[in-house]
Design a protein around this ligand. Structure first.
Ligand SMILES: Cc1cc2nc3c(=O)[nH]c(=O)nc-3n(C[C@H](O)[C@H](O)[C@H](O)COP(=O)(O)OP(=O)(O)OC[C@H]3O[C@@H](n4cnc5c(N)ncnc54)[C@H](O)[C@@H]3O)c2cc1C
Length: 389
């Protein structure tokens, strides 16, 4: 098959690797697979990414050699912490794998090259027609996908821009527990989502609501002034460490979904297809699961000579992937809304606040909290004896 992949993020690279690895292992002539990446090699935004244990198990099962490369430098910790009113409540048994986004991309680049996938850096493609004749075009060009935008009439995307503002910083302060820090000041509420992802660095994602953003003057501050404001706000948590910027300007998160997942020979995967939300930390997982589903669909519709019934294959992809993807999208939306409507909850004591966080998606009930985190359940029961009489 001749396949163009637009976007060299986790979705596009993982799909390219799986397709070519399979072909070579079966002893067939390799596909002609080309990844077009707009940016230069080594350029990336942001800092670390986090995966739940479950999220990484699917990579381990399907591509253990990639799993080993991905996890060579990763940090694994078992705890979460919710800091409210200056009090830390620890949540047990939340195993997360953390790694630098750049290390994840490097591992994928190396694997792609091993199997002969061509990666063209500095190759920006805004129009599928520019790619000429081929069997399949995979639009893995992220949440602002140019290919999706160009064909919006067919894909019918919904772009739901959320009200809260986010800025993605790093810091040398090492937060071993994945920590959610809620700090109130005269301007309102500012939240940090932070976790250590390497021996020397933590991700430090700051979030605030529009009223706090305006009252604090953050909407008028330069990047350096914003950073200084966040350092002051989280001074008690940073213990003298600085925040670090990597093009860390404020942005509103847009939740993306699409009525139609493919049109003609162009298929959407990863963030171009649907985004989660940083508060559930599953965007990379969703992107890589899309890559797996598209690969599985191609595999079952591919003849030994490389011929493929592309429309049937793309139908199979949608059938395979839509149900799981939709339930995670719903969970991401509920989690997002929890952060956007914290006002009434800020009067809760730290334990009840942390409990509310744990049960926010509506998918975790008290029996499950008891099983997963008996200490939190017991502390909550002590505070609310009437509810458990
Ligand atoms: C603040 C923040 C925090 C996050 N934290 C986490 C986390 O902790 N864990 C997690 O799993 N996920 C996290 N995510 C989400 C995660 O980054 C994405 O869900 C994931 O990277 C999606 O992968 P992708 O390959 O679909 O898209 P991307 O990673 O966005 O990759 C798309 C690629 O396409 C390229 N591109 C774009 N346009 C073009 C074009 N026209 N031509 C050629 N190339 C193009 C881009 O340069 C980019 O390399 C976070 C996202 C944000 C914004």
């Amino acid at each position: 098959m001749q396949i163009h992949i637009v976007g060299g993020g986790p979705a596009g690279l993982f799909y390219a690797y799986l397709m070519q690895r399979e072909r070579i292992a079966a002893g067939h002539a390799p596909h002609d697979i080309r990844v077009h990446e707009r940016d230069a090699e080594g350029a990336t935004y942001g800092w670390g990414v986090v995966f739940s244990d479950v999220a990484l198990s699917f990579v381990r099962d399907l591509a253990p050699e990639l799993y080993d490369a991905m996890t060579a430098k990763q940090e694994v910790f078992d705890e979460m912490a919710v800091v409210h009113r200056g009090v830390t409540v620890t949540l047990a048994h939340n195993t997360f794998h953390r790694m630098a986004r750049i290390d994840l991309l490097k591992a994928l680049h190396a694997k792609c090259r091993e199997v002969g996938v061509a990666i063209e850096f500095g190759s920006r493609i805004d129009d599928a027609a520019a790619l000429g004749p081929c069997d399949l075009i995979v639009a893995a060009d992220g949440a602002r996908s140019a290919l999706r935008t160009r064909d919006a009439r067919h894909f019918q995307p919904t772009l739901d821009e959320r009200p809260n503002l986010l800025a993605w910083y790093g810091t040398t302060r090492l937060f071993d527990a994945l920590s959610l820090i809620f700090r109130q000041n005269d301007d309102g509420l500012v939240i940090a989502h932070t976790y250590r992802y390497s021996p020397t660095l933590s991700t430090f994602l700051v979030e605030c609501d529009p009223a706090t953003y305006a009252k604090s003057g953050l909407d008028r501050m330069s990047e350096a002034e914003s950073l200084a404001y966040c350092e002051r706000t989280f001074a008690d948590d940073l213990h003298g460490h600085r925040l670090l910027s990597n093009r860390s300007s404020w942005f509103r998160y847009t939740m993306v979904s699409n009525a139609h997942w493919y049109h003609d020979r162009v298929v959407l995967i990863g963030d171009a297809l649907r985004t989660g939300h940083p508060s559930v930390g599953s965007g990379t997982r969703l992107a890589m699961q899309d890559a797996i589903a598209l690969f599985e669909s191609c595999r079952t519709h591919l003849a030994d000579d490389g011929g493929c019934d592309v429309p049937s294959m793309l139908d199979a992809f949608v059938r395979l992937r839509r149900p799981g993807s939709e339930s995670l999208r719903q969970a991401a939306l509920r989690s997002t809304e929890w952060y956007e409507d914290l006002g009434p909850k800020l009067s809760l004591d730290p334990v009840s606040f942390a409990y509310d966080y744990v049960t926010r998606s509506g998918r975790v009930d008290h029996a499950q909290v008891r099983k997963r985190d008996p200490e939190l359940a017991a502390a909550y029961e002590r505070l609310h004896p009437d509810a458990f009489a």
